[in-house]
Write a protein that binds this ligand. Sequence first.
Ligand SMILES: *Cc1c(COP(=O)(O)O)cnc(C)c1O
Length: 399
Amino acid sequence: MAIVNGNYAKLQDSYLFTDIAKRVAAFTAAHPEKKIIKMGIGDVTLPLAPCVVDAMKKAVEELGHKETFRGYGPEQGYEFLHEAIQKYYARHGVKLDTKDIFISDGAKSDCGNITDLFEDTNVVLVPNPVYPVYADTNVMRGRKILYMNGTPQNHFLPMPDDSVKADIIYLCSPNNPTGAVYTREQLEKWVAYARKNDAIILYDAAYEAFITDPSIPRSIFAIPGARECAIEFCSFSKTAGFTGTRCGYTVVPQELVRRTPDGKELHLNTMWLRRQTTKFNGVNYFVQRGAEAAMSVLGEKQCGDMLDYYRENARIMMRTFDKKGYTYFGGVHSPYVWMQCPKGMKSWDYFDYLLNKLAIVGTPGSGFGSMGEGYLRLTAFGSREGTIEAMKRIEKDSL
Ligand SMILES: *Cc1c(COP(=O)(O)O)cnc(C)c1O
């Protein structure tokens, strides 16, 4: 008799985006004349950078000729992309070995798949609110999860608590959904905590390229000692518009070593290589060529222009919220503005208010964890016109 994984029954049903879609559909049916502005889903809207498209076209052409055709590539990605990522990190002051870098089809898969490397007895520490993938993938393994609260007092940046013993720590900076970003000093405290407890930090840097202040680290590996206690996930999705193209990478330093239950030392880099070569067969050649172009100096400039466009949208939003006297977080090193719902409204109440009164769609903060209650996430990934129009509606509104 086949017995299924009972942990799936423990997952909380996530109706967030289906619920939003249902409410939006009902509103559209009732008011077909109203122009809805969508600022909810965290997806990019600008097209791929020209140098990325050129590189992918050229690579597809290569695949069409006998002399340059390629079949299976290395599961962990092509060396040309490892080198491009290595150079990109070096430009931002972080030294990596190409063998630390593993290419994948995106950060979500890697965030979920990394759970394979750890025993299910590990205690996992997860911020609240945050990207739901960390908690859900560990619930699927039946692991004990502890939450650390993001609050306005800690600016949605929870810090280590020595009375809490965790083995695996998820950090997401710049954070989805709050847009909050850890400073160097704060990350140093996390690295110190991890080293003291022999814990491992799983650092999601999917939004690193949005950071504009050079004193804020774009990688956990900018912190001395992190190579012995951290793994970093990154993605081309939000920073180079690859949400549909699919490509990401994970950095597992070769120094990272921990013990098995019977005391044998294993290198996590070797384990991850084994995991990927066993369960994964690599990313499309032409997508990796596109990603290589995105990591080049020209690609960084062209993608940077896209990020500037989104940053300006965020500024437009923040200006309006300043005028209204609203409390908000993020919006500076992040495409997300995390606003406190006016007049103490609950997330879904304010969501409904914005939709029904102003035809604006946000994402209820409560969908990212209990501490998100009373907040709404708005994204800067929309069009300039849409953002301006939405802010005009909010500005004119009485709330
Ligand atoms: C969007 C997002 C990802 C997913 O990235 P993909 O590479 O598209 O899978 C990972 N982490 C966070 C925090 C995100 O917001």
